[in-house]
Design a protein around this ligand. Sequence first.
Ligand code: DGP
Length: 113
Amino acid sequence: MNRKCIFCEIIKGNQKADFVYEDEDVLVIRDVFPQAPIHLLVIPKEHIPSASQVNDPYIWAKLMNNATIVARDLGLDKDGYRLVVNCGSMACQTVPHLHIHLLAGRQFHWPPG
Ligand code: DGP
């Protein structure tokens, strides 16, 4: 846990969030600044600053598995959804706690820009 990390504060229950799913390793919440009609954040409970600092492949397995299960449970797989990981400043990562964005409910484009 990192005291100054907003996601750690949410995980500890010190900061409010709209919870969608939780287990012993992972939390899924709604993003406060949604970029799509559905915008969820899939977050490991362990404080890992970014994708480049993941040492245990189990973390990715848990996060991706939960992201796709939540998407299926919400019926998002019908029309499709996007999973995004921003890593570092050039990729616009703003919260230094690993997370996967799960975006759905509108048409996305490629390349993303
Ligand atoms: P990124 O830029 O990839 O680091 O994404 C961070 C996301 O976290 C961004 O879309 C906004 C969201 N966010 C920031 N602060 C909070 C918060 O306090 N609560 C929630 N639910 N989301 C937050």
